[in-house]
Design a binder for this molecule. Sequence first.
Ligand code: ZN
Length: 304
Amino acid sequence: MGELVRAIAGDGFIKMAAVETADVTERARQIHKTLPVVTAALGRTLAATSMLGNALKADGASVTVRINGGGPIGSIVAVSDDRGNVRGYAQNPHVDLPLRADGKLDVGGAVGRNGMLSVIRDLRMKEPYVGGAALVSGEIAEDFTAYFAESEQTPSACALGVLVDRDQHVLASGGYIIQLLPGAPDALLDGLERNIAEAGAVTGMLVQGNLDSMVARVLDGFEPKILERDTVEYRCSCSRTRVADALAGIGKEELEDMEREGKPVEVTCQFCDTVYVFTPGEIREIRDARAGEAGEKPSAEGAE
Ligand code: ZN
């Protein structure tokens, strides 16, 4: 289980979300068998997405983050529910790059920086809210900061980190997002920037302390108050019914082809690797049910 807290500080001008996701990132690593630089890229994306999801505050809402910077990883996709439970994948989990000169994993090199970070918030209204920003460095945290500045016009700071052990398992993972509300005094901004610089890397703070001590350190001097606390985990929402719905959306001809093949059809969930098997008879039932419906179902990629 990971943990997520929301805090307020600086006379209400500072809002902070912080998340500890070592278990979440480790689960993602085990499912997708990611190599370290991908574990870091995906783990950072999952941490940020969890905080965005937890902020939705609408039953059944979800947020989907997609990052594609043209690097060897390809696309990274992460989805959070309205509590901050996340799932995700990287298109190419087996990217292996040399460490950077400073000894860190080259996340920016693996992700690339020629592309977009897009955020889709589905609040269960008619149309999802879609935003995005050009990538800055592919290091993920900087890219989210740019997204907040550009797309949401909120001055903010985002820090994310994943520490991978020599045996490739996740030692620490998490991050924080700080947002300044309009009208915040300049002195507050200066003090906060100093705190953030002095506090250093997220993983260092999480290894030495915990989520609460990280919040206390970053907001030191601003009288932080924790308002909310949630547990978060790696959670996939796929089910046989949902996969059948997705199959129903792929088109009559494809379903007929599958039936004609006469072999069981295997569908693997991209997020959790669960395999769903449908017999030709079940494919026919799906096709019949589809034919019986008036409207076209929206097409679905993969199993979700
Ligand atoms: Zn799944």
